[in-house]
Write a protein that binds this ligand. Sequence first.
Ligand code: SAM
Length: 284
Amino acid sequence: MNEDIRSHYTRGDLLQRLNAALAADGADPQRPNAEALAPYDHFHGRGLEATEDAAALVRPLPTDHLLDVGSGLGGPARYFAARFGCRVSGIDLTEEFCEVARHLTRLLGQDERVDFHAGNALAMPFADVRFDGAYSMNVSMNIADKAAFYRELHRVLKPGGWLLLSEIAQGSGDELDYPTPWAASAQASFLATPQQTEQGLLAAGFEVLHVQDSVDKALAYGTRSRAEVARGEKPPHRAVMLIHGELALRAMANSAKSLADGRVLPIEVLARKPAPRQPQDAKL
Ligand SMILES: C[S@@+](CC[C@H](N)C(=O)[O-])C[C@H]1O[C@@H](n2cnc3c(N)ncnc32)[C@H](O)[C@@H]1O
């Protein structure tokens, strides 16, 4: 299974493709800035806009160490580190993504605060109670064993630590058309409903603070992107084209259709690992 997922995301020539895309945009691939990279390195629905929305739900401190699970090319990790001054460690199954993420992080001079590890979200090479907060953007759709995923996130978080999931949830339950941006076939796609996600997090020991869908925002983003393309401009989100090449057009069309007809729902979930009760709490 993990091999299917890795091969779905691995290109072999990702850095060359990214450099060519940056050059075509008029950016210097050897000195890109976060703005030039943003269409490519936020590899999830609504790109940078969704990362900004996710970040608005949490307030990391500069002293915090965050975990980005399924960190991709590292756009969200570099964004959180730059915006909040915190440290971020990413982990991702796809080694090529980790290599490109490290390269870009060095070019942006953020490698003292942001690091990437190749590995599996279900068996992370991190000590217990290590992170102040964790987030994962558009990753759990590749993870069948959600209970193990939530348990592992709970294990590495400190008491009181937050967890932010930005995912594609199952909507109506009708079958999806493949490919999608996250899976070539149904064999690698595991969507949970918002209710199943909430129940799974509770069962793993989290408190669930917020579950919200962003369907309207996603539909509006799609409408804006299509209008830009119709005007002859580049769409704001180009990560799927970068990574999946020819397959991307079908994957994006399938995604747009299943969003419009309610088969999928983008959701944001904020949860917290409860902190142990303090003696003074008992008096309240
Ligand atoms: C759609 S991409 C999202 C990347 C990144 N979160 C972002 O938003 O830019 C999904 C990512 O999840 C990673 N992934 C899937 N299953 C994983 C697992 N079990 N452990 C770690 N990473 C995984 C993939 O390699 C891929 O990089």
